[in-house]
Ligand binder design. Structure first.
Ligand code: TEU
Length: 580
């Protein structure tokens, strides 16, 4: 595709065949168990997604990314996979999957699936075999088993913590009933880390990637892509020696010397995956979830590797003009240097929804350490997570302004289900209803991520607000109906209609992945223009500012347009797209 062709000049079928389809795609993340329940068991399912393809088409997204839908005991919401080449029977069958893929493709929508290569679930047949097999066996070598320290091996091999809290090692009982070895789990104990030094693991994942690629999957989102390769040479360093940078928003060290985060050898794996991806036409794509130092992100995004990597910089920023400008400039530069396109994301299934984050009391938002770790909102959650403590109006206003700015940026925009409704986080879920292992492993310190995973409201009222026939698997609050699709569909000024309008217009932006900053008189205002596209102006402040001359094609909130065309004002926390 030439860089001067507008994206809109391509037909659906051109776009589907275009090897560069991913570069500026609007990708909609579906958390399958919370999207739409077709069979009334309280869990969202594959047929539920198929039924909503017309909704997705009307929204105007280019691709769907499905969080895990594989068989799983849901110890970590499906990121504990029992079988990588199947569908959870509660969510459907492989035939249902094929039907969904066909319906999406028919609608011109690409399909990305989540791959979880760092760990399997403890119910995976490999782990079950490892438990039954002796120390030193081939079955144990698929995972990371070690003898414990102490006289009788009663101490874990190291003092490392799991990301979800508590130790990163769990002791097993040997087949003869004796207390035995320990296995490593960076996440929950139901998520044993796989041993990527073992060729069998590498080959099996190639088989998995081929399995889904052959079924028509267009791309992959790679879970914790920065953790696969490990240096487990003994003695293992202590956590004090490692001075882990976890909780500063960065995993690993800039020189790649951390024993499990972001080691250089991980890229050998992705180079092999890339060869497989390139056997397909168009080549399969991949995006790395890698919370690494920004200087090391480009390695994951290289065309010889996964091709694209998430940058969570905007997700971790305040609603602040200077922070946004710095992040945007830096990431566009990095992406073009690596040959990838930029990625932008404000919300996903791991963080407090941005419409809520932006409405939190200032004291909370000012905690930079929390924000940098993607933890903004955790304190509010711990304090009870009451919606009345959130400035919902301000949060939504800022979220809409931020999203409209994002849709004008070069690169891929990743959306999370429900953000197109301006949905707020559900903060006050009863302890007895919580599901996230973070909650159980950190009792009283972190309530976890369930609040952004509450099933979507489709109808204003009725059983589970149209999610399905049964009560939803996570409780939906009374106020959910106000955010429902039905409450916003066709309603002028609704967040849903804003997203639809913006996404429809976005497809007209020129393919060139560039922008030019236009100087502004006010430091709270950002203004940029895309080649051949329109001007995007965001007022991050509170006072209205003059709008540049031109015709407003869409704005994230009401404007004061003065005489109707020129001399209008852009209120605080508002973005406008203007054709000069
Ligand atoms: O999240 C990865 C994750 O939790 C870490 O990358 C963490 O955010 C980082 O270390 C912070 O510094 C993915 C999934 O998105 C999440 O839902 C899963 O729970 C997790 O992996 C385990 O599979």
């Amino acid at each position: 595709m030439s860089t001067t062709a507008t994206l809109a000049s391509l037909t659906d079928s051109d776009r589907m065949a275009d090897p560069n389809w991913w570069r500026q795609a609007a990708v909609y993340q579906i958390y399958p168990r919370s999207f739409s329940d077709s069979n009334g068991d309280g869990l969202g399912d594959i047929k539920g997604i198929t039924a909503k393809v017309p909704y997705l088409k009307e929204l105007g997204i280019d691709a769907v990314w499905l969080s895990p839908f594989y068989p799983s005991a849901l110890a970590d919401g499906g990121y504990d996979v029992d079988d990588y080449r199947n569908v959870d029977p509660r969510l459907g069958t492989l035939e249902d999957f094929d039907e969904m893929a066909a319906a999406l493709h028919q609608a011109g929508i690409k399909l990305i699936v989540d791959i979880v290569p760092n760990h399997s679930s403890n119910r995976h047949e490999w782990f079950q075999e490892a438990l039954k097999s002796p120390k030193g066996s081939a079955a144990r070598d698929r995972y990371i088993f070690r003898d414990g320290r102490g006289e009788n091996g009663e101490l874990p091999p190291s003092d490392w913590d799991s990301v979800f809290g508590g130790p990163a090692w769990e002791r097993v009982t040997e087949p003869d009933g004796a207390p035995g070895q320990w296995y490593m789990h960076i996440f929950a104990k139901e998520q044993p880390d796989l041993n990527w030094a073992n060729r069998e693991i590498r080959d099996d994942f190639l088989k998995t990637l081929r399995f889904w690629s052959d079924r028509g999957v267009d791309g992959f989102r790679i879970d914790v892509a920065h953790a696969l390769t490990k240096d487990m040479a003994e003695p293992l360093p202590s956590k004090a020696q490692l001075q882990t940078k976890y909780n500063t928003g960065v995993d690993g060290f800039v020189d790649g010397s951390h024993p499990y985060w972001d080691r250089d050898e991980v890229h050998e794996i992705y180079a092999e995956w890339r060869q497989l991806f390139n056997e397909y036409n168009p080549p399969r794509t991949a995006v790395a979830e890698a919370w690494v130092h920004p200087d090391r992100r480009a390695r994951y995004a290289s065309p010889e590797g996964l091709g694209q990597a998430f940058n969570f910089d905007l997700l971790q920023a305040d609603f602040d003009a200077e922070q946004f400008r710095t992040i945007i400039t830096k990431n566009l530069g990095e992406a073009s240097a690596s040959g990838a396109s930029s990625t932008w994301v404000f919300s996903n299934h791991d963080v407090v929804r941005h419409a809520t984050r932006y409405g939190l009391p200032l004291a909370e938002a000012a905690d930079q350490a929390e924000i940098m770790a993607g933890q903004a909102g955790k304190k509010w959650l711990l304090d009870g997570g009451k919606l009345e403590d959130v400035d919902v109006e301000l949060g939504l206003r800022r979220a809409r302004a931020a999203s409209l700015l994002m849709f004008a940026l070069p690169g891929s925009a990743y959306l999370y289900q429900g953000e197109e409704l301006g949905l707020q986080e559900v903060g006050d879920i009863a302890d007895s209803e919580r599901q996230d292992p973070t909650f159980f492993r950190n009792k009283g310190v972190d309530v976890g991520r369930d609040g952004c995973r509450v099933p979507l409201p489709w109808e204003n009222n009725g059983s589970s607000f149209g999610f399905g026939e049964a009560t939803a698997h996570l409780p939906q609050p009374e106020w959910f109906g106000g955010f429902a699709v039905a409450a916003q569909d066709g309603v002028e000024g609704s967040t849903l209609e804003l997203y639809r309008a913006a996404l429809a217009l976005r497809s007209q932006l020129q393919a060139a992945e560039e922008l030019e900053w236009i100087p502004t008189a006010d430091s709270d205002v950002l203004h940029f223009v895309r080649p051949g596209g329109w001007h995007t102006v965001t007022n991050f402040g509170t006072e209205p500012v003059e709008l540049p001359a031109g015709t407003v094609v869409v704005s994230s909130g009401p404007l004061d347009l003065g005489d109707g065309s020129t001399g209008g004002k852009l209120p605080g926390a508002t973005t406008a797209w203007i054709v000069a």
